[in-house]
Design a protein around this ligand. Structure first.
Ligand code: FES
Length: 107
């Protein structure tokens, strides 16, 4: 069965002028990142520890974890440097009529 598209709401309202934003869906933390008007959604919880990537620093396509400065590529969720050993999940997104849709299975 294909994974459904979940409407996270109006993108501009969600981001409120910022480039990083965390939301919680059914207890699952999703990080939304906007780079050059392109939007990316990955797991917001760092794969190394208990830190929210949406609280980190975004530099181009790299989000730096606020706790130990590990970095992920927001386009893929790929872990880019130590101390990270695991990627985070990346979600397909699209914007429709201003709404941010993410391919996410609700639990
Ligand atoms: S918790 Fe993110 S790098 Fe350690």
């Amino acid at each position: 069965m294909s994974v459904p598209w979940l409407d996270l709401g109006n993108l501009d309202d969600l981001m409120d002028g910022g480039e990083c934003r965390g939301v919680v869906v059914d207890g699952h933390k999703l990080g939304i990142f906007v780079v050059d008007e392109e939007v990316f959604v990955i797991d917001d919880l760092c794969s190394h520890g208990n830190a929210l990537l949406s609280d980190g620093d975004l530099d181009g396509y790299e989000i730096e974890c606020p706790l130990h400065a590990g970095a992920f590529d927001v386009r893929s969720g790929k872990a880019l440097c130590k101390p990270l050993t695991r990627d985070v999940r990346k979600y397909e997104t699209r914007v429709e009529g201003g709404a941010l849709l993410v391919r996410f299975e609700r639990t």
